[in-house]
Design a protein. Structure first.
Length: 456
Protein backbone atom coordinates (compact mmCIF):
# COMPACT_ATOMS: atom_id res chain seq x y z
CA UNK A 1 0.00 0.00 0.00
CA UNK A 2 1.24 3.49 -0.74
CA UNK A 3 0.12 7.07 -0.97
CA UNK A 4 -1.76 6.43 -4.20
CA UNK A 5 -4.07 3.98 -2.47
CA UNK A 6 -4.97 6.59 0.14
CA UNK A 7 -5.82 8.94 -2.69
CA UNK A 8 -8.14 6.31 -4.09
CA UNK A 9 -9.83 6.15 -0.71
CA UNK A 10 -10.20 9.92 -0.64
CA UNK A 11 -11.55 9.94 -4.17
CA UNK A 12 -14.25 7.44 -3.30
CA UNK A 13 -15.23 9.17 -0.10
CA UNK A 14 -15.45 12.49 -1.84
CA UNK A 15 -18.18 11.05 -4.01
CA UNK A 16 -20.29 10.05 -1.06
CA UNK A 17 -20.16 13.05 1.28
CA UNK A 18 -20.91 16.73 0.91
CA UNK A 19 -18.17 19.08 -0.15
CA UNK A 20 -18.13 20.74 3.25
CA UNK A 21 -17.85 17.43 5.06
CA UNK A 22 -15.03 16.32 2.84
CA UNK A 23 -13.13 19.57 3.24
CA UNK A 24 -13.57 19.51 6.99
CA UNK A 25 -12.55 15.98 7.75
CA UNK A 26 -10.43 14.73 4.88
CA UNK A 27 -8.63 17.64 3.31
CA UNK A 28 -5.46 17.48 5.36
CA UNK A 29 -5.26 13.74 5.83
CA UNK A 30 -2.39 11.78 4.35
CA UNK A 31 -0.83 8.38 4.14
CA UNK A 32 1.85 7.80 6.79
CA UNK A 33 2.85 4.19 6.48
CA UNK A 34 1.97 0.52 6.25
CA UNK A 35 3.73 -2.35 7.93
CA UNK A 36 1.66 -5.22 6.66
CA UNK A 37 -0.62 -5.14 9.68
CA UNK A 38 -1.44 -1.52 10.37
CA UNK A 39 -2.30 1.19 7.92
CA UNK A 40 -1.31 4.51 9.44
CA UNK A 41 -3.09 7.65 8.32
CA UNK A 42 -2.08 11.15 9.35
CA UNK A 43 -4.91 13.46 10.42
CA UNK A 44 -4.58 17.18 11.20
CA UNK A 45 -6.20 17.26 14.64
CA UNK A 46 -8.08 15.48 17.34
CA UNK A 47 -11.48 16.31 15.85
CA UNK A 48 -10.63 14.75 12.51
CA UNK A 49 -9.18 11.75 14.32
CA UNK A 50 -12.41 11.28 16.21
CA UNK A 51 -14.62 11.68 13.16
CA UNK A 52 -12.61 9.26 11.06
CA UNK A 53 -12.51 6.69 13.82
CA UNK A 54 -16.16 6.89 14.68
CA UNK A 55 -17.94 7.84 11.50
CA UNK A 56 -15.81 6.88 8.56
CA UNK A 57 -13.62 3.98 9.65
CA UNK A 58 -15.96 1.34 8.30
CA UNK A 59 -16.16 2.99 4.92
CA UNK A 60 -12.38 3.47 4.77
CA UNK A 61 -11.74 -0.14 5.72
CA UNK A 62 -14.18 -1.25 3.03
CA UNK A 63 -12.50 0.77 0.30
CA UNK A 64 -9.04 -0.44 1.31
CA UNK A 65 -10.17 -4.06 1.20
CA UNK A 66 -11.83 -3.54 -2.14
CA UNK A 67 -8.50 -2.30 -3.42
CA UNK A 68 -6.75 -5.43 -2.29
CA UNK A 69 -4.90 -4.02 0.70
CA UNK A 70 -4.27 -6.71 3.35
CA UNK A 71 -4.23 -5.27 6.85
CA UNK A 72 -5.53 -5.69 10.36
CA UNK A 73 -6.53 -2.17 11.28
CA UNK A 74 -6.31 1.45 10.33
CA UNK A 75 -4.73 3.84 12.78
CA UNK A 76 -5.40 7.57 12.68
CA UNK A 77 -2.50 9.58 13.99
CA UNK A 78 -2.46 13.30 14.60
CA UNK A 79 0.27 14.51 12.32
CA UNK A 80 0.43 17.82 10.48
CA UNK A 81 1.74 18.01 7.00
CA UNK A 82 4.93 20.02 6.67
CA UNK A 83 3.62 23.57 6.84
CA UNK A 84 3.50 25.61 3.70
CA UNK A 85 2.42 28.71 5.54
CA UNK A 86 3.76 30.33 8.71
CA UNK A 87 5.38 33.35 7.20
CA UNK A 88 4.03 36.54 8.60
CA UNK A 89 0.51 37.22 7.53
CA UNK A 90 0.59 34.91 4.57
CA UNK A 91 -1.57 32.38 6.33
CA UNK A 92 -4.36 33.93 4.39
CA UNK A 93 -4.70 32.92 0.80
CA UNK A 94 -5.04 36.45 -0.38
CA UNK A 95 -5.48 39.92 0.92
CA UNK A 96 -9.02 40.08 -0.21
CA UNK A 97 -10.00 37.34 2.20
CA UNK A 98 -11.10 39.79 4.82
CA UNK A 99 -13.62 41.45 2.61
CA UNK A 100 -14.99 38.20 1.36
CA UNK A 101 -15.13 36.70 4.81
CA UNK A 102 -16.92 39.63 6.27
CA UNK A 103 -19.53 39.84 3.60
CA UNK A 104 -19.74 36.45 2.10
CA UNK A 105 -22.99 37.46 0.52
CA UNK A 106 -21.09 39.91 -1.66
CA UNK A 107 -18.82 37.17 -2.74
CA UNK A 108 -21.74 35.47 -4.35
CA UNK A 109 -23.57 38.47 -5.61
CA UNK A 110 -22.28 37.90 -9.11
CA UNK A 111 -23.71 34.45 -9.22
CA UNK A 112 -27.02 35.57 -7.87
CA UNK A 113 -27.31 38.58 -10.15
CA UNK A 114 -26.95 36.23 -13.09
CA UNK A 115 -29.90 34.43 -11.71
CA UNK A 116 -32.19 37.28 -11.00
CA UNK A 117 -33.94 36.87 -14.31
CA UNK A 118 -35.08 33.40 -13.54
CA UNK A 119 -35.83 33.99 -9.90
CA UNK A 120 -37.70 37.22 -9.37
CA UNK A 121 -37.68 36.62 -5.66
CA UNK A 122 -34.10 35.84 -5.48
CA UNK A 123 -32.48 33.02 -3.74
CA UNK A 124 -29.08 33.61 -2.29
CA UNK A 125 -26.80 31.29 -4.25
CA UNK A 126 -24.56 30.95 -1.20
CA UNK A 127 -27.22 28.95 0.58
CA UNK A 128 -26.57 25.49 -0.77
CA UNK A 129 -26.60 21.99 0.67
CA UNK A 130 -22.87 21.81 0.02
CA UNK A 131 -22.24 24.68 2.39
CA UNK A 132 -24.58 23.32 5.03
CA UNK A 133 -23.01 21.32 7.83
CA UNK A 134 -25.18 18.54 9.12
CA UNK A 135 -25.23 17.68 12.80
CA UNK A 136 -27.55 16.19 15.36
CA UNK A 137 -29.55 19.42 15.65
CA UNK A 138 -30.48 19.71 12.01
CA UNK A 139 -30.13 16.31 10.38
CA UNK A 140 -33.84 15.62 10.30
CA UNK A 141 -34.62 18.93 8.65
CA UNK A 142 -31.74 18.40 6.25
CA UNK A 143 -32.98 14.94 5.25
CA UNK A 144 -36.51 16.21 4.72
CA UNK A 145 -35.23 19.04 2.54
CA UNK A 146 -33.18 16.69 0.43
CA UNK A 147 -36.17 14.44 -0.04
CA UNK A 148 -38.10 17.40 -1.37
CA UNK A 149 -35.52 18.05 -4.03
CA UNK A 150 -36.01 14.48 -5.18
CA UNK A 151 -39.78 14.44 -4.98
CA UNK A 152 -41.03 18.02 -5.04
CA UNK A 153 -44.70 18.48 -4.35
CA UNK A 154 -45.32 14.88 -3.40
CA UNK A 155 -43.20 13.67 -0.52
CA UNK A 156 -43.66 16.27 2.22
CA UNK A 157 -46.08 18.98 1.29
CA UNK A 158 -45.98 21.42 2.89
CA UNK A 159 -42.68 21.17 4.69
CA UNK A 160 -42.73 23.25 7.83
CA UNK A 161 -39.30 23.96 9.35
CA UNK A 162 -39.11 25.70 12.69
CA UNK A 163 -36.35 26.65 15.12
CA UNK A 164 -34.64 29.52 16.93
CA UNK A 165 -32.84 32.49 15.46
CA UNK A 166 -29.65 31.90 13.52
CA UNK A 167 -29.91 28.13 13.37
CA UNK A 168 -29.97 27.83 9.59
CA UNK A 169 -33.65 27.85 8.62
CA UNK A 170 -33.23 30.38 5.85
CA UNK A 171 -30.09 28.69 4.62
CA UNK A 172 -31.71 25.27 4.48
CA UNK A 173 -34.99 26.20 2.82
CA UNK A 174 -33.15 28.27 0.24
CA UNK A 175 -30.82 25.33 -0.38
CA UNK A 176 -33.88 23.40 -1.53
CA UNK A 177 -34.69 26.17 -3.98
CA UNK A 178 -31.14 26.29 -5.27
CA UNK A 179 -30.97 22.53 -5.68
CA UNK A 180 -34.29 22.45 -7.54
CA UNK A 181 -32.97 25.15 -9.87
CA UNK A 182 -29.75 23.25 -10.40
CA UNK A 183 -31.75 20.24 -11.50
CA UNK A 184 -34.21 22.20 -13.53
CA UNK A 185 -33.20 25.76 -14.40
CA UNK A 186 -36.66 26.50 -15.76
CA UNK A 187 -38.48 25.69 -12.54
CA UNK A 188 -40.34 28.60 -10.99
CA UNK A 189 -38.85 28.84 -7.54
CA UNK A 190 -40.09 31.73 -5.44
CA UNK A 191 -38.55 32.70 -2.16
CA UNK A 192 -40.27 35.38 -0.11
CA UNK A 193 -40.19 36.48 3.46
CA UNK A 194 -43.57 36.61 5.14
CA UNK A 195 -42.98 40.30 5.66
CA UNK A 196 -42.72 40.80 1.92
CA UNK A 197 -45.87 38.82 1.38
CA UNK A 198 -47.71 40.92 3.93
CA UNK A 199 -46.44 44.19 2.48
CA UNK A 200 -47.17 43.29 -1.11
CA UNK A 201 -50.62 42.19 -0.17
CA UNK A 202 -51.38 45.38 1.78
CA UNK A 203 -50.05 47.44 -1.08
CA UNK A 204 -52.24 45.64 -3.56
CA UNK A 205 -55.25 46.51 -1.46
CA UNK A 206 -54.21 50.10 -1.04
CA UNK A 207 -53.66 50.63 -4.75
CA UNK A 208 -56.49 48.34 -5.76
CA UNK A 209 -54.19 46.21 -7.87
CA UNK A 210 -55.89 43.09 -9.11
CA UNK A 211 -52.75 41.23 -9.95
CA UNK A 212 -51.77 40.11 -6.48
CA UNK A 213 -53.97 37.08 -6.04
CA UNK A 214 -52.26 35.32 -8.91
CA UNK A 215 -48.80 36.44 -8.07
CA UNK A 216 -47.37 33.32 -6.49
CA UNK A 217 -49.81 30.81 -7.83
CA UNK A 218 -47.71 29.78 -10.79
CA UNK A 219 -44.85 28.67 -8.56
CA UNK A 220 -43.40 25.19 -8.78
CA UNK A 221 -41.79 25.72 -5.41
CA UNK A 222 -42.92 28.45 -3.05
CA UNK A 223 -40.66 29.13 -0.09
CA UNK A 224 -42.03 31.41 2.60
CA UNK A 225 -39.68 32.42 5.37
CA UNK A 226 -40.52 33.50 8.93
CA UNK A 227 -44.21 32.69 8.98
CA UNK A 228 -44.46 33.95 12.57
CA UNK A 229 -44.79 37.46 11.09
CA UNK A 230 -48.25 36.65 9.83
CA UNK A 231 -49.47 36.91 13.41
CA UNK A 232 -52.48 39.17 13.71
CA UNK A 233 -52.76 39.81 9.95
CA UNK A 234 -56.11 38.23 9.27
CA UNK A 235 -56.63 39.38 5.71
CA UNK A 236 -53.15 38.34 4.73
CA UNK A 237 -53.74 34.95 6.28
CA UNK A 238 -56.81 34.56 4.18
CA UNK A 239 -54.94 35.49 1.05
CA UNK A 240 -52.17 33.09 1.89
CA UNK A 241 -54.72 30.39 2.55
CA UNK A 242 -55.96 30.66 -1.02
CA UNK A 243 -52.47 30.72 -2.45
CA UNK A 244 -51.67 27.67 -0.38
CA UNK A 245 -54.71 25.76 -1.57
CA UNK A 246 -54.13 26.56 -5.21
CA UNK A 247 -50.53 25.36 -5.06
CA UNK A 248 -51.22 22.34 -2.94
CA UNK A 249 -53.99 21.14 -5.20
CA UNK A 250 -51.66 21.41 -8.16
CA UNK A 251 -49.04 19.36 -6.30
CA UNK A 252 -46.66 22.27 -6.14
CA UNK A 253 -44.19 22.27 -3.31
CA UNK A 254 -44.64 24.65 -0.40
CA UNK A 255 -41.94 25.21 2.19
CA UNK A 256 -42.49 27.32 5.25
CA UNK A 257 -40.20 28.39 8.06
CA UNK A 258 -41.03 29.87 11.40
CA UNK A 259 -39.45 30.40 14.77
CA UNK A 260 -42.11 28.20 16.35
CA UNK A 261 -44.33 25.28 15.37
CA UNK A 262 -47.73 26.00 13.78
CA UNK A 263 -49.68 25.41 16.96
CA UNK A 264 -47.58 27.98 18.82
CA UNK A 265 -48.01 30.84 16.34
CA UNK A 266 -50.50 33.14 18.00
CA UNK A 267 -53.66 34.12 16.13
CA UNK A 268 -53.00 31.77 13.26
CA UNK A 269 -56.41 30.86 11.90
CA UNK A 270 -57.40 27.30 12.56
CA UNK A 271 -57.72 26.37 8.90
CA UNK A 272 -54.27 27.68 8.06
CA UNK A 273 -52.74 25.97 11.06
CA UNK A 274 -54.25 22.64 10.13
CA UNK A 275 -52.96 22.99 6.59
CA UNK A 276 -49.45 23.68 7.83
CA UNK A 277 -49.67 20.41 9.67
CA UNK A 278 -50.76 18.40 6.65
CA UNK A 279 -47.29 17.63 5.48
CA UNK A 280 -44.15 17.33 7.52
CA UNK A 281 -43.07 19.48 10.46
CA UNK A 282 -39.41 19.37 11.47
CA UNK A 283 -37.43 21.40 13.95
CA UNK A 284 -33.85 22.62 14.01
CA UNK A 285 -32.07 22.52 17.36
CA UNK A 286 -28.95 24.44 18.37
CA UNK A 287 -25.76 22.79 17.10
CA UNK A 288 -23.90 20.44 19.41
CA UNK A 289 -20.21 20.80 20.13
CA UNK A 290 -19.02 18.63 17.23
CA UNK A 291 -21.18 20.50 14.78
CA UNK A 292 -19.92 23.84 16.04
CA UNK A 293 -16.37 22.62 15.56
CA UNK A 294 -17.14 21.44 12.05
CA UNK A 295 -18.79 24.72 11.16
CA UNK A 296 -15.85 26.75 12.43
CA UNK A 297 -13.30 24.62 10.64
CA UNK A 298 -15.18 24.63 7.38
CA UNK A 299 -15.83 28.34 7.41
CA UNK A 300 -12.22 29.07 8.32
CA UNK A 301 -11.06 26.75 5.53
CA UNK A 302 -13.24 28.55 3.03
CA UNK A 303 -11.34 31.69 4.00
CA UNK A 304 -8.06 29.87 3.50
CA UNK A 305 -7.25 29.69 7.19
CA UNK A 306 -6.55 26.65 9.32
CA UNK A 307 -7.32 27.46 12.93
CA UNK A 308 -5.34 25.71 15.66
CA UNK A 309 -7.48 23.05 17.39
CA UNK A 310 -7.38 24.74 20.80
CA UNK A 311 -8.65 27.92 19.22
CA UNK A 312 -11.51 26.10 17.48
CA UNK A 313 -12.35 24.33 20.69
CA UNK A 314 -12.39 27.57 22.61
CA UNK A 315 -14.73 29.28 20.17
CA UNK A 316 -17.00 26.25 19.95
CA UNK A 317 -17.20 26.07 23.73
CA UNK A 318 -17.90 29.74 24.26
CA UNK A 319 -20.28 30.51 21.44
CA UNK A 320 -23.15 28.11 21.83
CA UNK A 321 -26.24 30.12 21.15
CA UNK A 322 -26.50 29.88 17.39
CA UNK A 323 -24.65 29.56 14.14
CA UNK A 324 -24.95 33.18 13.17
CA UNK A 325 -23.08 34.16 16.32
CA UNK A 326 -20.55 31.46 15.70
CA UNK A 327 -19.89 32.84 12.23
CA UNK A 328 -19.75 36.35 13.69
CA UNK A 329 -17.16 35.35 16.27
CA UNK A 330 -15.05 33.63 13.66
CA UNK A 331 -15.23 36.56 11.27
CA UNK A 332 -14.18 38.92 14.02
CA UNK A 333 -11.20 36.77 14.84
CA UNK A 334 -10.12 36.50 11.22
CA UNK A 335 -10.56 40.20 10.63
CA UNK A 336 -8.62 41.09 13.76
CA UNK A 337 -5.74 38.85 12.75
CA UNK A 338 -5.66 39.91 9.15
CA UNK A 339 -5.52 43.56 10.07
CA UNK A 340 -2.54 42.91 12.30
CA UNK A 341 -0.85 40.39 10.06
CA UNK A 342 -0.85 37.72 12.74
CA UNK A 343 -2.07 34.16 12.88
CA UNK A 344 -5.14 33.35 14.93
CA UNK A 345 -4.41 31.53 18.16
CA UNK A 346 -6.02 30.71 21.46
CA UNK A 347 -4.88 33.88 23.23
CA UNK A 348 -6.36 36.15 20.60
CA UNK A 349 -9.60 34.19 20.51
CA UNK A 350 -9.87 34.45 24.28
CA UNK A 351 -9.26 38.17 24.22
CA UNK A 352 -11.90 38.79 21.58
CA UNK A 353 -14.52 36.69 23.24
CA UNK A 354 -13.93 38.33 26.60
CA UNK A 355 -14.39 41.75 25.01
CA UNK A 356 -17.50 40.96 23.04
CA UNK A 357 -18.88 39.17 26.01
CA UNK A 358 -19.38 42.22 28.12
CA UNK A 359 -22.93 41.10 28.53
CA UNK A 360 -25.88 43.43 28.95
CA UNK A 361 -25.59 45.09 32.33
CA UNK A 362 -29.27 44.99 33.07
CA UNK A 363 -29.17 41.26 33.69
CA UNK A 364 -28.73 40.55 37.37
CA UNK A 365 -27.63 37.37 39.16
CA UNK A 366 -31.07 37.18 40.70
CA UNK A 367 -32.72 37.08 37.28
CA UNK A 368 -30.44 34.29 36.15
CA UNK A 369 -31.29 32.23 39.20
CA UNK A 370 -34.99 32.94 38.91
CA UNK A 371 -35.09 31.97 35.26
CA UNK A 372 -33.27 28.76 36.00
CA UNK A 373 -35.60 27.90 38.87
CA UNK A 374 -38.65 28.68 36.76
CA UNK A 375 -37.35 26.58 33.90
CA UNK A 376 -37.20 23.57 36.19
CA UNK A 377 -40.42 24.55 37.95
CA UNK A 378 -38.69 24.94 41.28
CA UNK A 379 -39.24 27.48 44.00
CA UNK A 380 -36.50 30.03 44.49
CA UNK A 381 -36.23 28.82 48.08
CA UNK A 382 -35.45 25.33 46.92
CA UNK A 383 -32.64 26.30 44.63
CA UNK A 384 -31.17 28.65 47.24
CA UNK A 385 -31.81 26.35 50.16
CA UNK A 386 -29.89 23.45 51.68
CA UNK A 387 -31.69 20.53 50.00
CA UNK A 388 -29.51 18.11 48.11
CA UNK A 389 -32.14 16.20 46.14
CA UNK A 390 -31.00 15.23 42.68
CA UNK A 391 -33.62 17.31 40.90
CA UNK A 392 -32.59 20.40 42.80
CA UNK A 393 -28.85 19.92 42.61
CA UNK A 394 -28.70 19.92 38.83
CA UNK A 395 -30.67 23.18 38.38
CA UNK A 396 -28.50 24.73 41.07
CA UNK A 397 -25.37 23.70 39.24
CA UNK A 398 -26.74 25.05 35.99
CA UNK A 399 -27.54 28.36 37.66
CA UNK A 400 -23.95 28.53 38.88
CA UNK A 401 -22.67 27.75 35.43
CA UNK A 402 -24.79 30.50 33.91
CA UNK A 403 -23.70 33.05 36.51
CA UNK A 404 -20.17 32.27 35.53
CA UNK A 405 -20.55 32.02 31.76
CA UNK A 406 -22.98 34.89 31.27
CA UNK A 407 -22.18 37.34 34.05
CA UNK A 408 -18.55 36.37 34.64
CA UNK A 409 -18.96 36.38 38.39
CA UNK A 410 -16.02 35.18 40.45
CA UNK A 411 -16.43 31.74 42.01
CA UNK A 412 -16.88 33.11 45.54
CA UNK A 413 -19.61 35.40 44.22
CA UNK A 414 -21.27 32.59 42.35
CA UNK A 415 -21.32 30.54 45.53
CA UNK A 416 -22.66 33.41 47.57
CA UNK A 417 -25.48 34.16 45.13
CA UNK A 418 -26.71 30.62 45.60
CA UNK A 419 -26.37 30.69 49.33
CA UNK A 420 -23.28 28.49 49.51
CA UNK A 421 -20.37 29.33 51.75
CA UNK A 422 -17.68 27.34 50.01
CA UNK A 423 -16.55 28.56 46.63
CA UNK A 424 -15.08 25.18 45.66
CA UNK A 425 -18.69 24.01 45.31
CA UNK A 426 -19.09 26.62 42.61
CA UNK A 427 -15.89 25.59 40.86
CA UNK A 428 -16.94 21.97 40.93
CA UNK A 429 -20.45 22.75 39.66
CA UNK A 430 -19.31 24.99 36.82
CA UNK A 431 -16.75 22.38 35.79
CA UNK A 432 -19.31 19.65 35.80
CA UNK A 433 -21.85 21.50 33.72
CA UNK A 434 -19.18 22.64 31.31
CA UNK A 435 -18.23 19.02 30.69
CA UNK A 436 -21.79 17.77 30.56
CA UNK A 437 -22.82 20.36 28.05
CA UNK A 438 -20.55 18.60 25.63
CA UNK A 439 -21.59 15.10 26.50
CA UNK A 440 -25.23 15.35 27.35
CA UNK A 441 -27.74 16.62 24.87
CA UNK A 442 -30.44 17.15 27.48
CA UNK A 443 -28.32 19.33 29.72
CA UNK A 444 -27.17 21.27 26.71
CA UNK A 445 -30.74 21.91 25.75
CA UNK A 446 -31.70 23.03 29.25
CA UNK A 447 -28.82 25.49 29.32
CA UNK A 448 -29.62 26.83 25.87
CA UNK A 449 -33.27 27.31 26.67
CA UNK A 450 -32.59 29.10 29.92
CA UNK A 451 -30.00 31.29 28.28
CA UNK A 452 -32.45 32.21 25.55
CA UNK A 453 -35.00 33.19 28.16
CA UNK A 454 -32.48 35.30 30.01
CA UNK A 455 -31.77 37.34 26.92
CA UNK A 456 -35.29 37.28 25.52
P1 LIG B 1 -32.15 31.45 10.58
O1 LIG B 1 -32.88 31.67 9.30
O2 LIG B 1 -32.57 30.18 11.25
O3 LIG B 1 -32.22 32.62 11.51
P2 LIG B 1 -29.83 31.48 8.87
O4 LIG B 1 -30.22 30.45 7.86
O5 LIG B 1 -29.93 32.89 8.48
O6 LIG B 1 -30.61 31.23 10.24
O7 LIG B 1 -28.34 31.13 9.34
C1 LIG B 1 -27.47 32.09 9.95
C2 LIG B 1 -26.08 31.95 9.38
O8 LIG B 1 -25.51 30.72 9.78
C3 LIG B 1 -26.04 31.95 7.87
O9 LIG B 1 -24.92 32.66 7.42
C4 LIG B 1 -25.94 30.49 7.49
O10 LIG B 1 -25.24 30.32 6.27
C5 LIG B 1 -25.15 29.94 8.65
N1 LIG B 1 -25.53 28.56 8.94
C6 LIG B 1 -26.62 28.15 9.62
N2 LIG B 1 -26.65 26.82 9.75
C7 LIG B 1 -25.55 26.36 9.11
C8 LIG B 1 -25.02 25.05 8.90
N3 LIG B 1 -25.63 23.96 9.37
N4 LIG B 1 -23.87 24.95 8.21
C9 LIG B 1 -23.25 26.05 7.76
N5 LIG B 1 -23.68 27.29 7.94
C10 LIG B 1 -24.83 27.47 8.60
MG1 LIG C 1 -33.99 33.31 8.67
Amino acid sequence: MDNAVWHTVLGEIELTVSRATFATWFKNTHFLGYDGGNVRVGVPNVFAKHQLEVKFNQQIVGILKKNGVKFESVEYIIHSLPSKKSTGSSYLKSNSTLASTLSSSNKYSLASSKLTKKTPHTLNRRYTFDEFIVGSGNDLAYTACQAIVKYPGTKYNPLFVYGGVGLGKTHLIQAVGNAVLDKNPDAKVYYISTETFVNEFLESIRFKKKSFSGKYRDADVLIVDDMQFITGKEKTQEEFFHTFNALHQANKQIIISSDKPPKAIPTLTERLRSRFEWGMTVDIQPPDFETRVAILQTKANVSGVTLPPDCVEYLATHIQTNIRELEGGLNQLLAYCEMRGIEPDLQIAMGLIENTRSRPRHITPKQVIERTARHFQLDLDDILGPKRDKDIVLPRQIAMYLLRSELHLSFPKVAKELGRKDHTTAIHSVDKIEKNIRLDQIIRQHVNEIRDRIYA
